[in-house]
Design a protein around this ligand. Structure first.
Ligand code: AR6
Length: 178
C-alpha cells in the first residue's frame, strides 16, 4: 500500500477487490462498450450489484473509448458506479490518449456530482492488454494533472487485484507525485 498527499488531497494504492470498497463514494468499472456484464472487473461489479445495474445501463450504451458514464450502485456498498471504456491496447490508438481520457472524464464526472472519493481498477490492464507499467504511468500522470483543480473530489484510490500490479502502481505513485 502507498499513500501520498497532493495539494491537501489523498492518492493511494491498495491491493483488493473493487466491489469491496465500502468507504468510497464511487467505484469505477472497467466496462465494455455495451455496459453489460463481462469478465474481470465488469463481471465482478455486475454480479455484486445485481441485475438492476444492467437494466439501468442499457439506455446509456454504447459508449466510446475514453468516455465515462454514471449509474447508481445497486447492491454495491457505494453511492455510484462510474463506467469507463478503456482502449484496447494497440488497437484504439493512441492508447495513452484514450486511457488518459478515461481517468480525466471519470474524475471530472465525479467532481460534477459532488463526489468526494473514487476508486479505480487498473483500466485496460486486463482483457484489453495494456502493459501494467504503462497503465500505471498514464494513471498517475493524469491524477497529478487533474485532481488539484477539482473542487469536490478529495480522495483517489487505485485498487489492484494482484500483488505485482499493486507494487507497480505504488512505485509509480511515489515517483510521480511525491
Ligand atoms: N477488483 C479489482 N481489480 C480487478 C478485479 C476486481 N474484482 N477483477 C479483475 N481486476 P479487466 P480491461 C483487475 O479485464 O482490461 C471485461 O470482460 C485485472 O486483474 O477487468 O479494461 C469487460 O467486459 C486487471 O488488472 O478490464 C471488457 O470487455 C484490471 O482489473 C474488458 O474486460 C482490469 O482488467 C475490459 O478490459
Amino acid at each position: 500500500m502507498a499513500q501520498v498527499e497532493l495539494n491537501g488531497k489523498t492518492v493511494e494504492c491498495v491491493r483488493g477487490d473493487i466491489t469491496r470498497q465500502d468507504d468510497i463514494d464511487a467505484v469505477v468499472n472497467a466496462a465494455n462498450a455495451q455496459l453489460m456484464p463481462g469478465g474481470g472487473v465488469a463481471g465482478a461489479i455486475h454480479s455484486a450489484a445485481g441485475p438492476g445495474l444492467a437494466e439501468e445501463c442499457r439506455p446509456m450504451a454504447p459508449i466510446r473509448p475514453g468516455e465515462a458514464v454514471i449509474s447508481s450502485a445497486h447492491n454495491l456498498p457505494n453511492q455510484y458506479i462510474i463506467h469507463c471504456l478503456g482502449p484496447v491496447y494497440g488497437v484504439d490508438e493512441p492508447s495513452d490518449h484514450w486511457l488518459t481520457e478515461c481517468y480525466r472524464n471519470a474524475m471530472e464526472l465525479a467532481d460534477s456530482k459532488a463526489i468526494e472519493s473514487i476508486a479505480f481498477p487498473a483500466i485496460s490492464a486486463g482483457a484489453f492488454g495494456y502493459p501494467v507499467k504503462l497503465a500505471a504511468e498514464v494513471a498517475m500522470n493524469t491524477v497529478k494533472q487533474v485532481l488539484p483543480r477539482l473542487e469536490n473530489l478529495k480522495r483517489v484510490r487505485f485498487v489492484l487485484f494482484g500483488a505485482s500490479d499493486e507494487q507497480v502502481f505504488s512505485s509509480r505513485l511515489l515517483s510521480t507525485i511525491e
